[in-house]
Design a protein around this ligand. Structure first.
Ligand SMILES: NC(=O)c1ccc[n+]([C@@H]2O[C@H](COP(=O)([O-])OP(=O)(O)OC[C@H]3O[C@@H](n4cnc5c(N)ncnc54)[C@H](OP(=O)(O)O)[C@@H]3O)[C@@H](O)[C@H]2O)c1
Length: 254
């Protein structure tokens, strides 16, 4: 059970981050971040029972805002127990339809944003010598899937980043986890025009995430029927993988 912890949720205004905040608020002290202050304020006010909650609006693309929030928490909290990074954007399209600006912005928010947050926390986390860092990537980062676009690239890089941090920061006493959800009904996936297999509600996804955070496993992935199927694609030799992907591209779905 996660209780009595100081938890910073980045990407708390909507979707899975919002659902996570709602579940963690009653028994933990929370800091909630995203760009939309109004949505964060509404959320903070909606908690009937809570230990403590603070709204820290920021844009993860702005290093100064990220640093200011991290420094504030390092000063005002006696320790930082858990940081959950969920900030992300998604533009489903084949790469031919994605312009360079969108590509850059996707990588900047989904991947570099996580690095900005973690770099801003490095000093206090190393100093305390413990703490848990969980980064929400995606099963879209497992393989190069057609229409995975900039999003798939950003999430593959994010998984790679957490693999490195798990070793390097693990040696400093920190626990680094990567969370790879399948499809979850949020404003991101509302853009999808295809049938999404094993679609979860944000509150169900939040339950999986909390269970995964408690388990301490490096990778937290769900729903298993879908994630194991996608993982198994990685066992194929490229000639076969590419044939399967060509079929997926043709059919427009997995
Ligand atoms: N939904 C899915 O099926 C699914 C599957 C796998 C992984 N994921 C990942 O899970 C995470 C949460 O996604 P979601 O589906 O819950 O989407 P969502 O409802 O759109 O939530 C995304 C969150 O990121 C915040 N955000 C976006 N850009 C930001 C920025 N520049 N600075 C600070 N915060 C920013 C948004 O808040 P503001 O707009 O207020 O800034 C929002 O709180 C994302 O990383 C997504 O890629 C989602």
């Amino acid at each position: 059970m996660i209780r009595g912890k100081n938890i910073w949720i980045i990407g708390a205004s909507e979707g899975m981050g919002r659902a996570l905040a709602q579940k963690l608020a009653p028994s933990n002290r929370l800091a909630l971040s995203a760009r939309n202050k109004k949505r964060l304020d509404e959320l903070a006010k909606s908690f009937e029972t809570r230990l403590d909650v603070e709204v820290l609006p920021l844009d993860v693309q702005k290093a100064a805002e990220v640093t200011k929030a991290a420094e504030h928490l390092a000063k005002s909290w006696d320790q930082i127990d858990l940081v959950i990074y969920l900030a992300g954007i998604y533009d489903p399209a084949p790469l031919e339809n994605i312009d360079v600006k969108t590509f850059e912005q996707t990588l900047d928010i989904n991947t570099t944003g996580a690095f900005r947050v973690l770099k801003a926390l490095q000093k206090p986390l190393f100093k305390q010598g413990f703490g848990q860092v969980a980064v929400v990537a995606s099963v879209a980062g497992y393989h190069g899937l057609p229409k995975g676009g900039a999003y798939g690239v950003s999430k593959a890089a994010l998984i790679h980043l957490t693999e490195i941090l798990n070793t390097e920061w693990g040696a400093k006493g920190l626990q680094v986890q990567v969370i790879n959800p399948g499809f979850v009904r949020t404003r991101l996936t509302d853009k999808n025009t295809f049938d999404m297999p094993f679609l979860l509600e944000p509150t169900e996804a939040a339950d999986h995430i909390i269970k995964g955070l408690e388990s301490g496993s490096f990778e937290v992935h769900f729903p298993k029927q879908f994630t194991f199927m996608l993982k198994s694609l990685g066992l194929l030799p490229y000639w076969l993988f590419n044939k399967v992907m060509a079929k997926v591209n043709e059919k427009g779905k997995i």
